[in-house]
Design a binder for this molecule. Structure first.
Ligand code: RTP
Ligand code: MG
Length: 141
């Protein structure tokens, strides 16, 4: 069944700083997904507060928002058949120390003193999240 979707992928500051943007995009394209738009930017608190609004009040919220401002990030609009779930499978589970080999986080994520926010990538988790997040990061469509 064909179900073409779009998702937001972010290469987080650790991924950009370590020079892994190309490797992450290579994996996305090798899977057959299509890069529709891409931008390198320094995210500000306002954008990150909107992006992470579901996590406000959680213990990891403030360190996460600080970490996401620690350097440039690469935001990508990616299209493909069932790409929302598919990219999250490519990324692996949230904690890179337990993500499966073969996944971005499992293969490339480091154990940096259990800072779980440093897990290289973000991927939208539902069609509703994807539409909302793409509107935030690609405001001109
Ligand atoms: P993402 O949103 O980045 O694709 O990752 P996710 O769905 O796997 O994880 P989520 O639960 O949405 O959490 C968002 C980001 O917050 C950081 N986090 N830290 N216990 C913790 O310290 C903790 N839990 C989550 C991670 O950077 C995670 O990606
Ligand atoms: Mg999430």
């Amino acid at each position: 069944m064909t179900d073409i979707e779009e998702t937001l992928v972010i290469v987080k500051p650790d991924g950009v700083a370590r020079g892994l943007t190309g490797e992450i995009l290579r994996r996305i394209e090798a899977k057959g997904y299509q890069l529709v738009d891409i931008r390198l930017l320094q995210a500000d608190r306002e954008l990150l507060a909107a992006h992470y609004e579901e996590h406000e009040g959680k213990p990891f919220y403030e360190p996460l928002v600080e970490f996401m401002q620690s350097g440039p990030v690469v935001a990508m609009r990616v299209a493909g058949n069932r790409v929302i779930e598919g990219f999250r499978a490519l990324a692996g589970t949230t904690d890179p120390t337990s993500a499966a080999p073969g996944t971005i986080r499992g293969d490339l994520g480091r154990d940096w003193g259990l800072k779980v926010q440093q897990n290289l990538v973000h991927g939208s988790d539902s069609p509703e999240s994807a539409a909302r997040e793409l509107g935030l990061w690609f405001p001109r469509g």
